[in-house]
Design a protein around this ligand. Structure first.
Ligand SMILES: CC(C)(COP(=O)(O)OP(=O)(O)OC[C@H]1O[C@@H](n2cnc3c(N)ncnc32)[C@H](O)[C@@H]1OP(=O)(O)O)[C@@H](O)C(=O)NCCC(=O)NCCS
Length: 219
C-alpha cells in the first residue's frame, strides 16, 4: 500500500492548507478564496479549532515511498480528509462562520448556506457519516490516497448500517459514484467576480446507502 492513514495533528495543519489550496482549483474555490495571507490564516485557524470538534475524525494519508513509479519522499502527507460521525436525532447545523478578509462573502454565504440547508433537508435527523472535506496534493492524485481516505469512513458506515453523505465538486463525482454514492440533488451557482469570469458551477449532493443486511434464508 503506498499510503498509511493516521490521525491529523496540529503540526500537520500548514501542510494540509497547502494541499487544500493546490488541489481545489475549481471556480467555486477560486471564487470564494483568493490565495492571500488573510484567507490562509483563516483556514489554518479553522483546522486548528476543528481538530478538537466532537465526533470529527481528521485523517492524513502519508506516503510510504512505495508503489509503482513513486518518486515521492516517504513520510510526506499526500492527502487529508475530515469525516464526521453520525449524530442520530440531531439535524445538521446551518450556521455560517464569519468569512476572512478578502473572501467573496456573498458567494460564501450563498453556496455554503444553501449546501448546509440542503443537507438538513435531505438527511434530517437521520444519523449519517458526513465527509466534510477530502483533498489530495495534485502531485499524488490518481494513486489511491483519496479512495483510501473515503473507504475509512465508508467501512464504519457499513458496519453501523447508516448512510454516508457529502457535497461533491464536479471533479470528484466519478470517484464518489465508484464508491457507491448516488446523486440526491444538485445546485447550480453562477460565479462571477474578479477571479472567475462568469461561469456556472454545479455541486451535487450525494448519499450512499449502507449495504442491505443479509438476514439469511427463512428468517
Ligand atoms: C477528488 C480527489 C480527492 C481524489 O483523490 P485521489 O487521491 O486522486 O483519488 P484516487 O487516487 O483514489 O483516485 C480515485 C479516482 O479519482 C479520479 N482521479 C484521480 N486523480 C485524477 C486526476 N488527476 N485526473 C482525473 N481523474 C482523477 C479517477 O477517476 C480515479 O479513479 P481510478 O482509480 O478509476 O483511476 C482529488 O482529485 C482532489 O483532491 N481533487 C480536488 C479537490 C476536490 O475536489 N475534493 C473533493 C471535494 S468534494
Amino acid at each position: 500500500m503506498p499510503f498509511t492513514l493516521h490521525p491529523l495533528t496540529s503540526s500537520d495543519v500548514p501542510r494540509c492548507v497547502d494541499i487544500y489550496f493546490s488541489s481545489f482549483q475549481n471556480p467555486h474555490s477560486i471564487g470564494c478564496w483568493p490565495r492571500v495571507a488573510s484567507v490562509r490564516e483563516w483556514w489554518e485557524n479553522m483546522l486548528y479549532t476543528e481538530l478538537d470538534e466532537p465526533g470529527a475524525y481528521w485523517l492524513k494519508a502519508v506516503s510510504t515511498g512505495t508503489g509503482s513509479g513513486n518518486k515521492s519522499p516517504s513520510g510526506e502527507i499526500a492527502a487529508f480528509a475530515k469525516w464526521v460521525e453520525p449524530k442520530p436525532g440531531v439535524e445538521p447545523e446551518t450556521d455560517l462562520p464569519e468569512w476572512p478578509e478578502g473572501a467573496d462573502n456573498a458567494l460564501c454565504d450563498e453556496t455554503f448556506g444553501s449546501w448546509a440547508r440542503r443537507r438538513r433537508i435531505l438527511m434530517g435527523a437521520r444519523g449519517h457519516w458526513y465527509l466534510e472535506i477530502v483533498a489530495t496534493d495534485p502531485a499524488y492524485q490518481g494513486r489511491g490516497a483519496g479512495s483510501q481516505l473515503m473507504r475509512w469512513g465508508l467501512e464504519k458506515a457499513d458496519t453501523q448500517g447508516v448512510e454516508a453523505y457529502l457535497e461533491a465538486s464536479p471533479e470528484a463525482v466519478p470517484l464518489y459514484k465508484k464508491l457507491g454514492f448516488a446523486e440526491a440533488d444538485k445546485i447550480d451557482t453562477f460565479i462571477s467576480n474578479e477571479r472567475v469570469n462568469g461561469m456556472w458551477y454545479r455541486n451535487l449532493f450525494m448519499i450512499r446507502e449502507p449495504p442491505r443486511l443479509d438476514r439469511g434464508a427463512g428468517s
